[in-house]
Design a protein around this ligand. Structure first.
Ligand SMILES: [Zn+2]
Length: 145
């Protein structure tokens, strides 16, 4: 019996589904960069960590100092006066923060992932086998390691 038209369409959809499942089985998101193709620069990570520490120290110093209300001065106008009365520790920490802000690394914050060379994808074991088959038949050049 000749298959109905609808069945052929169904077959095509099924093989398309099969192919996409096959392709999905060949590669995975890169485990190193999580599929983004880039990784954060180490110097920037250290810079952000240090910035976070400095800000935490500044907040602690401020809390310890606790801005005292100045009698007769509305709170909105108070900061300048309070700044003058800030203890040396707050000033020192703020200077350290300013220095740190100026000492940003020159390099870009993100660099190309070395594990996947920026692809964001890596071959699964099945993908490597498939590449071997293609290489054996001359369809792909072997990677130079
Ligand atoms: Zn990667």
């Amino acid at each position: 019996m000749k298959p109905a038209r609808g069945d052929r369409t169904g077959d095509r959809a099924a093989s398309a589904g099969l192919l996409s499942r096959l392709l999905e089985a060949l590669e995975d998101d890169c485990a190193v960069c999580g599929g983004t193709g880039s990784t954060p620069n180490e110097q920037w990570l250290a810079w952000h960590r240090r910035a976070g520490e400095l800000i935490a120290v500044a907040q602690a110093a401020r809390r310890a100092h606790e801005w005292r209300p100045v009698p007769g001065v509305p709170p909105a106008a108070a900061p300048e006066r309070v700044a003058a009365a800030e203890p040396a520790i707050v000033t020192a920490v703020e200077r350290a923060i300013d220095d740190h802000m100026r000492a940003r690394p020159d390099e870009p914050e993100e660099e190309r992932c070395t594990a996947c060379r920026g692809l964001g994808k890596e071959l699964t074991p099945a993908g490597r086998e498939f590449a071997e088959v293609l290489a054996r038949h001359g369809f792909v050049r072997r990677e130079r390691d």
